[in-house]
Design a protein around this ligand. Structure first.
Ligand code: SF4
Length: 551
């Protein structure tokens, strides 16, 4: 098939904070050096920001370096953190901690919507001459004949029918070629996954660790909780998750009488009957949370995974012809529950290395490794390094969790074992007979408490039905035989989009797994948590998926 190809100096895959910061820094650096540079950025969402979801509290350290007058330039800040509050929840009570853990001191930081921040950054990047192409999904990494030097990315074909045949509207994908390709796809990026083995990107002994978050934006009344409360950055531990399931809740003030609220659950959980959405609703119904959001109405919902594995789980940052930045590379302060500033910072230092490499006409791994060198000397490294064993420690059960966390707290992350390995998330489920999850029948009111399908509607997720299913199940027999019998098909419960559905046969035949791919929120939980590694998430047609605007 004839394909168009377009050449750039730098191609960035992903229009999140990391990719956009990289683009802006490249343009700034080129201008300082009096050089012309052609930078392109592709984003699989229909708009910049439509797949961006985060809590989010933003430490402005990277933003203030990249755009010192960000406030004057209209950076969309929802609120400044006045005071942090940290609670331990039991089923009916909330105990306020007299102290907030040191990593979660957010006073003076900004509460933002990741989606809005990305749109604002994209406008700045575009104004500086970056070519931004939303609605284009990168589906294949292109290499030189040597098989190891990256030359660019092929975008997905558009207009295929469900059997892969060409419809009248068919448009072949384009080969976007560049001297340096930057992967900024976020956690569990599909292109990075596709080249991981070939380029030996990850240390197999230190698997990446993931958490899935469900977030909502709630419209509150005029006379709401934040009008009188000093604390507007609230974090919780405990109920509904208990001590042996990693995770917690957050509630942040937003402007115009809105609140951002969510739960994050570590995907190292063991109980196969745990339903992530169900836990989210339990969290919202806790008296502390219910009081804050009373009288409100959900206006947006979405979900995404985040990497929390820390320093030892990071991939190679530079390869021949390419660099990996942001969530794709595990830039996250796990104990502080913040990553946007680190993602932005990674994009900026990658840009410093790339501009130098382009000037030297050498985008080999050894030249681009300047990015890694800059990282090793940076404050970002200090933050990530201190959290290097955190996710591993909180996954421990009982008293040993507190022993590890306590010693890490006083030894700058070293703790009792350094490095502390952890099993990959897909290996941690236990047999359904061991489940201790108490099912609750929730009452939904279609306003403040919405069911999963209404949540999907509020995510504005859309996929054209007549296209190949982007969720590939390698062996459907495993689902209804082995997985159903052992784990009762956990995909039905860990998918926040209700994509997987177990259809039982009224005549007593074997149940069937149905895949409603059009509901997919692109969170990637299924690819990570499926105990048989039987699900592969691939990019659907560009421009599809959720349509976040305020998350
Ligand atoms: Fe997330 Fe997978 Fe469900 Fe899509 S199908 S919403 S990626 S868990």
């Amino acid at each position: 098939m004839e394909r168009e190809s377009i050449n750039f100096d730098v191609l960035i895959v992903g229009g999140g904070p990391a990719g956009l910061s990289c683009a802006i820094k490249l343009m700034q650096a080129a201008k300082e050096r009096n050089k012309e540079i052609e930078v392109a950025l592709i984003e699989k969402g229909a708009e910049i920001g439509s797949h961006a979801l985060s809590g989010a509290v933003l430490n402005p350290m990277a933003l203030a370096t990249l755009i010192p007058d960000y406030k004057e330039k209209g950076c969309p800040i929802e609120a400044d953190v006045r005071e942090d509050e940290f609670y331990f929840l039991t089923k009916d009570k909330a105990y306020k901690s007299p102290k907030t853990p040191k990593y979660m001191h957010n006073s003076g930081f900004h509460i933002i919507s990741s989606s809005k921040l990305c749109k604002w950054l994209a406008d700045i990047a575009e104004g500086m001459g970056v070519n931004i192409f939303p609605g284009f999904a990168g589906v294949e990494v292109l290499f030189k004949e040597d098989g190891k030097t990256i030359t660019g990315v092929r975008t997905g074909d558009k207009g295929l029918d469900k059997d892969g045949g060409k419809k009248e509207s068919f448009e072949p994908g384009i080969d976007l070629l560049a001297k340096a390709t930057v992967f900024a796809e976020g956690a569990k990026g599909s292109l990075v996954e596709s080249i991981a083995e070939k380029l030996n990107l990850f240390d197999k002994n230190m698997p990446q660790v993931f958490e899935t978050g469900i977030k909502e934006v709630i419209e509150l009344g005029e006379d709401n909780y934040f009008k009188t409360s000093k604390g507007n950055d609230i974090h919780t531990l405990g109920y509904p998750l208990g001590l042996n399931t990693v995770g917690g809740g957050f509630i942040y003030e937003m402007k115009n009488n809105r609140a951002a609220l969510g739960i994050i659950i570590g995907l190292c959980y063991e109980d196969c009957e745990l339903d992530i959405y169900d836990e989210f609703i339990k969290f919202k119904k806790h008296p502390l949370v219910a009081n804050i959001i009373k009288g409100g109405k959900v206006i947006a919902q979405g979900a995404r995974t985040v990497c929390t594995g820390g320093y030892y789980a990071m991939p190679k940052l530079a390869v021949d012809g390419g660099a990996i930045i942001g969530g794709s590379a595990g830039f996250q302060n796990a104990p502080g529950l913040k990553g946007i500033h680190l993602s932005m910072y990674s994009g900026m230092i990658a840009a410093d290395a790339i501009i130098e490499a382009i000037e030297q006409d050498d985008c080999s791994a050894s030249s681009l490794n300047l990015y890694k060198e800059l990282f090793e000397k940076s404050p970002a490294k200090t933050e990530i390094y201190e959290g290097r064993n955190f996710a591993q420690a909180i996954s421990k059960k009982g008293i040993s969790k507190f022993l590890h966390l306590g010693t890490q707290y006083f030894t700058k992350g070293k703790g009792l074992k350094d490095p502390m390995p952890l099993e990959p998330d897909y290996k941690t489920l236990t047999d359904k007979s061991k489940s201790r999850v108490k099912k609750e029948k929730h009452k939904y009111d279609d306003s403040l408490y919405v069911d999963k399908m209404t949540g999907v509607f509020l995510s504005k997720a859309l996929h054209r039905e007549d296209q190949p299913c982007h969720l590939i199940i390698h062996d459907t027999k495993i689902c209804v035989t082995t997985c159903y019998k052992t784990y009762n098909c956990p995909c039905v419960r860990f998918c926040p989009g209700g994509v997987y559905e177990l259809k039982t046969d009224a005549n007593g035949g074997e149940p069937q797994l149905s895949v409603n791919f059009s509901n997919c929120l692109h969170c990637k939980t299924c690819e990570i948590k499926d105990p048989y590694q039987n699900i592969k998430w691939t990019c659907p047609e560009g421009g599809e998926g959720p349509g976040y605007t305020v998350l």
